[in-house]
Design a protein around this ligand. Structure first.
Ligand code: GDP
Length: 428
């Protein structure tokens, strides 16, 4: 396997976890490069469900090196919670199979607290964050007041830097939010404890990944969230706090993106979105509810019901183009089996613009007001979750897949028809 990037080509929750887990079999290294512990990939192995938040999906395979790159926001408490859960379920997690970048920024309790307080402050104008402190952690990174893993594992440095940060955060918490400040000594003691546990995993991961590449090892870059949630290219401000696709690999893994040979977008055969923000092909009616029930569209970490709607080819083409995708994997095709007719959004009607718009209007302030134009496709109305060969799919399902493929301009390399590892239909 060459170097391979897998990214979400919609608003996240595309089923990346399962596909990454499947393709990780052929990889030597699996690398995460952005996002924080809100990612929540779901992988089902032998009927057992694993939810991975920070640790790369390669951990479920023996003998892989799993890397958490410098672009990931690491919450040590969440990390050790996850490690503990995995070990309890018989998965090996040691410093040979898990490497954590010394350059990754750390999420502290004050980030989580400020996340919640800021949302409260915003009231009706809230962003809909997951409240895990990820945004505030990235904000501190940009403001150059963040602490990195390297700071954590050096006690004297940790004391000086964290104290300075907490004094500033306490001023904000007390004067703006009128809440009790953090006890600095107590916080230092707590953080010091986690730091000791973290130390054995810490490495210069960028150097390790580049060296592995030069040795001819195969590397899989695991994207979290999705292209439409990219902080620069997504539906700002209703986005995540990092670059979610190819752009994130250079900054967040310390690996040159031009060495990534294969780039696979993952998209569901319909669309979902969590939280606020524009979602042109959302179906707020009965069909949306049906998708949510059949596809079990509830957040894997938060349990929040996801907003559901139809496949949006305008947004999907944009996401694939933006990331230089060489192919697409279409997941959850089985969920569409209940519908006699399947609408697909092929263009938008944009207020003030004459004619249909088929290019994604990334900077439109009123993206909320665009109206989808649908083409309707015949459904197949039969269970396809047991199908493993493309030729065995009902004709209407094959026609649907080929029809989508023609409109996105890259090959659909694989279909996914169920949560299990083996519920896939290869096409190439
Ligand atoms: P990720 O963050 O992109 O990995 O996506 P999530 O894990 O949040 O959501 C994917 C959900 O869909 C999980 O519950 C998976 O087990 C499930 N899933 C993945 N692929 C398929 C599929 O092809 N069909 C169905 N029905 N469920 C799937």
């Amino acid at each position: 396997m060459p170097t391979l990037s897998i990214f979400g080509a919609q608003w996240g929750d595309e089923g990346k976890g399962k596909i990454i887990d499947l393709l990780a079999r052929e990889a030597d290294l699996v690398v995460r490069y952005q996002g924080g512990p809100n990612a929540g990939h779901t992988v089902v192995v032998g009927g057992e469900k694993f939810i991975l938040r920070l640790i790369p999906s390669g951990i479920l395979h023996v003998g892989k090196v799993n890397v958490i790159g410098n672009g990931v926001a690491i919450d040590p408490v969440a990390l050790f919670g996850e490690i503990g859960e995995l070990i309890a379920r018989g998965v090996n997690v040691d410093p040979r199979c898990l490497r954590i970048s010394a350059g990754a920024h750390v999420i502290f309790e004050h980030h989580r607290r400020i996340d919640a307080l800021a949302e409260r402050w915003r009231g009706a104008g809230r962003i809909g964050t997951t409240g895990r402190g990820i945004g505030p952690c990235y904000a501190d990174k940009a403001a150059r007041t963040g602490l990195r893993v390297a700071d954590l594992v050096e006690p004297a440095r940790l004391r000086t830097r964290l104290t300075a940060v907490l004094v500033e955060k306490n001023a904000l918490i007390e004067s703006v939010h009128k809440e009790a400040p953090f006890d600095i000594e107590r916080t230092l003691a707590q953080v010091g404890e986690v730091a000791v546990r973290l130390a054995p995993f810490v490495a210069d991961t960028g150097a390790e990944v580049r060296a592995a590449y030069k040795q001819g090892k195969s590397i899989l870059f695991e994207g979290a969230q999705g292209a439409m949630l990219d902080i620069d290219h997504g539906t700002y401000p209703y986005v995540t706090s990092s670059n979610t696709g190819m752009a994130g690999i250079g900054t967040g893994a310390g690996f040159p993106p031009n060495k990534v040979e294969r780039v696979l977008g993952i998209a569901k055969a319909y669309c979902t979105r969590v939280g606020e923000g524009p979602f042109p092909s959302e179906d707020k009616g009965k069909d949306g509810d049906t998708i949510r029930e059949v596809g079990r569209e509830f957040g894997s970490v938060t349990g929040r019901p996801r907003r559901c709607g139809w496949l949006d080819l305008v947004a999907l083409r944009y996401a694939l183009d933006l990331n230089g995708a060489t192919g697409l994997i279409l997941t959850n095709l089985d969920v569409l089996s209940v519908f006699p007719e399947i609408p697909v959004c092929v263009a938008y009607d944009v207020p003030g613009v004459r004619g249909a718009v088929s290019e994604y209007p990334a900077y439109l302030p009123a993206l909320d007001d665009v109206r989808p134009r649908y083409e309707r496709h015949a459904g197949w109305k039969t269970d396809i979750s047991h199908v493993r060969r493309y030729a065995d799919l009902p004709r209407a399902a094959r026609e649907y897949v080929e029809w989508v493929e023609e409109r996105i301009g890259v090959p659909i390399e694989m279909l996914s028809v169920g949560p299990e590892r083996d519920a896939v239909i290869p096409r190439r």
